[in-house]
Design a protein around this ligand. Structure first.
Ligand code: NAI
Length: 572
């Protein structure tokens, strides 16, 4: 009698348990985690029963990679590039991640900002196949059942959005799914986290976007967002269900929530679950990394900078708080003292204690004693900042006059135009370098091409959270942390700044090339691991003797595996 043995594909692919007898040859072509396309060897084709299902040619992974790069470059429309990349992922996972990891500067702007913004705006039209989990307001009281429908049982990182504030594009409801999907693609490509450990989620509570509610192609719940009580109940149920299925050490990254909910939820869950908010804390990490690196050019210590934020939302608060934390630790001062040189402007003008418009409680520490003022140029002339950080979603707000004024006040003005997508950036790299006669220290949220001013070519650094969150996530997972203190983002910022070479700085870049991010992620994870064990926050024991070697042993490998391992490891 033939004995049917079960084997676990998870030993090197995913955690889906299959019976060898049920897994047919064709599944190796249809399952994206197993498919290699024309890279199946003749022996594999014979043994797996797929001979004849493919044309005779054999292609190396390198040849496939080159062909894909050629296609991406050949396709003109960004949205078509996004569709191509998504289809590649659905077809051949390792090839997709190979491309993303090895051609990050070409692929990242497609799966992440700026093109992902466009993809979310057109999500209903380009929707082809399920990706991620939609937990809707109609699932109240049975969220756990929905979570159990996800086929993977070893999820360790969840990126979740409720779609209320997608990039700088506003409420896109369920169409925000592109964001968690894109972020998790980067977790794998740049942080080495296995794809089956990643789960993108949209909490679909409806949308207040009237045009989406009327759009026949809208894929989400066609309702307005619910009152806070109902909303909170769903989020709460979701958080508990995640822990129930996947454990307390499952990292939950909040992404692109509306401002009010982003703060509330972070405050509520920070010490209860393993959570962070990337828009607040991840942005802070990358911006502070840029500030740390800029010190090597301006020769000013962090507390010696006068920093003016244009925009006082989630991103601004996160950055300001991390700057303050760094100053507090470095200079052993109170938060009030650390906040002394940090100023903010919002839609009503300068945040000051005397103004009639309200100032949110968490921002009061940055609302100094000063007369109320409006108009960025006037405020710059009055305060004379040496650093200006744009997080307002107001494209071109840093006018030539503002940039010229900053360059008049400072020898090396620091200008960060962080708003996404590209058209929302407060200024372009060309504007910043041209109007400051090439003297500014510039960074942006969306990518800009190199700029030549006065015969010198600058490579503008993209102050992208993608330098930070993959390494933080990796560090949290390998340490088995249950909570995420702000210190992790300071560690990540410091590690990132230290990875910037003199050559990068000379070229005007405050960040290393994107191709360095996988290496940087391991370094960040190692430093986080050290912090976690030293401060008793790690739960992964035994403690690895050599942390870097241990982390590297955990990383996803986009190189094709030998599918015949099944045959030799699991005899039928
Ligand atoms: P938010 O909506 O919470 O905050 C926007 C702020 O800008 C508010 O304080 C608002 O009052 C202010 N503002 C709006 N119009 C203004 C005007 N005309 N004059 C002065 N202030 C004005 O948004 P959030 O989350 O802070 O994000 C802001 C931008 O930063 C977005 O474009 C987002 O994409 C970008 N961002 C970039 C990241 C990066 O990696 N570079 C990461 C996170 C956010």
């Amino acid at each position: 009698m033939k004995i049917i043995r079960h084997f676990t594909v998870s030993s090197y692919h995913s955690s889906v348990e299959v019976s060898r007898n049920l897994y047919r040859g064709i599944d190796f072509l249809n399952d994206r985690s197993l498919n290699k396309g024309l890279s199946f060897s003749l022996e594999e084709r014979q043994e797996l029963g797929i001979l004849g299902l493919l044309p005779a040619a054999y292609r190396t992974a390198e040849l496939q990679e080159q062909l894909c790069v050629n296609w991406v470059q050949h396709i003109k429309e960004p949205i078509q590039k996004y569709i191509y990349a998504t289809e590649l992922w659905n077809r051949n996972e390792r090839l997709f991640f190979r491309l993303l990891a090895r051609h990050t500067s070409i692929m990242m702007p497609i799966v992440y900002t700026p093109t992902v913004g466009l993809a979310c705006q057109h999500y209903g039209e380009i929707y082809r196949k399920h990706q991620g989990l939609f937990v809707t307001i109609n699932d109240k009281d049975h969220v756990l059942n929905v979570i159990y429908n996800w086929p993977e049982s070893h999820v360790k990182v969840i990126v979740v959005t409720d779609g209320e504030r997608i990039l700088g594009l506003g409420d896109l409801g369920a169409h925000g799914m592109g964001i968690p999907v894109g972020k998790l693609a980067l977790y794998t490509a740049l942080g080495g986290i296995q794809p089956y450990k990643c789960l993108p989620v949209v909490l679909d509570v409806g949308t207040n976007n009237e045009s989406l509610l009327k759009d026949p192609y809208y894929v989400g719940v066609r309702k307005k967002r619910p009152p806070m009580e109902q909303y909170d109940a769903l989020v709460d149920e979701f958080m508990k269900a995640v822990v129930k299925r996947y454990g307390q050490d499952t990292l939950i990254q909040f992404e692109d929530f509306g401002n009010a909910n982003a703060f509330r939820l972070l405050k509520k869950y920070k010490d209860v679950f393993c959570v962070f908010n990337d828009d607040i804390q991840g942005t802070a990490g990358i911006a502070v990394a840029g500030l740390f690196a800029s010190q090597r050019i301006t020769q000013k210590k962090l507390h010696e900078n006068k920093i003016l934020f244009f925009g006082a939302g989630g991103a601004a608060m996160g950055i300001a708080d991390l700057v303050a934390l760094s100053i507090m630790k470095e200079n052993k001062v109170s938060k009030e003292e650390a906040a002394k040189n940090i100023w903010m402007i919002d839609i009503h003008g300068l945040l000051v204690s005397q103004r009639k418009e309200p100032v949110d409680d968490h921002l009061k520490v940055y609302a100094h004693d000063h007369k109320p003022m409006k108009g960025l140029l006037e405020i710059v002339k009055e305060l004379k900042p040496n650093t200006i950080i744009g997080v307002s979603t107001v494209g071109k707000a840093f006018t030539p006059e503002v940039i010229k004024e900053l360059a008049t006040i400072n020898d090396r003005p620091v200008i960060f135009a962080l708003s996404n997508p590209t058209e929302k950036a407060e200024c372009t790299a060309t504007d910043a370098y041209t109007h400051s006669e090439g003297r500014c220290v510039f960074s942006s949220g969306s990518p800009f091409d190199p700029v030549t001013v006065h015969g010198k070519t600058f490579r503008p650094g993209q102050g992208n959270n993608a330098y930070i969150f993959p390494g933080v996530g990796l560090g949290v997972i390998v340490s088995g942390m249950h909570h995420i203190p702000d210190d992790l983002f300071l560690i990540a910022a410091q590690t990132t700044a230290e990875s910037v070479s003199e050559k990068d700085l000379n070229e005007g870049a405050l960040y290393p090339p994107l191709s360095e991010v996988p290496k940087l992620s391991v370094e960040i994870a190692k430093n986080i691991m050290e912090f976690a064990y030293n401060s008793d926050l790690a739960t992964a024991y035994p403690k690895p003797a050599d942390k870097t070697t241990y982390i590297k042993s955990q990383l996803y490998d986009y190189c094709y595996q030998n599918n015949l391992a099944h045959k030799y490891n699991y005899p039928s």
